[in-house]
Design a protein around this ligand. Sequence first.
Ligand code: HEM
Length: 154
Amino acid sequence: MINAYNLLKFVHVLSVIVWIGGVTALSILLWRARSERNREIVSVLVRQAIAFGQRLVGPASGLVLLTGLAMVGLGRIGFSTFWVVWGLTGIAVHFVFGAVILRRRTMQLGEASAPGTTDEAALDVAGRRLWQAQLVYLLILASVVWAMVLKPTF
Ligand code: HEM
């Protein structure tokens, strides 16, 4: 059925796909390039990941928040509903975790793979630290998708 609520949900889910799908793909590509010790590709991917974060993840996650808030209002769902609180918490964690931890660890991998560097151990450590942070981040976001789809209430 085409109505305002469903159109908002369409934009909400599409934004989630662009945001989380993009981060997942970039994380896997970076992990693979780092395992192959291909510092040239790692360096290029780090630059692309930073640009993707700034140009797409920021706006897409903002759109997820805005459409989510609009649906909660329009559908009279209630802002204290458990799965809505979960979503809001997930978005808050994303803003802090993404802007602080992921950003810092991505920059560190960028430094470790910059042209002219040769330190394999530094590349491995920086790559592993970023991969671990990406896994935690994606698991948190997956838990929000779970909550949004199954809508648990307590
Ligand atoms: C990490 C952030 C978020 C993700 C990954 C996410 C993901 C999703 C997904 C996949 C759906 C589709 C569920 C379905 O149709 O079964 C959905 C629906 C929805 N989300 Fe989110 N969401 C997020 C944040 C939020 C926030 C912050 C709010 C509210 C402030 C919100 C409110 C809603 C509402 C109201 C629906 C429609 C529920 C329905 O009618 O079935 N979401 N979300």
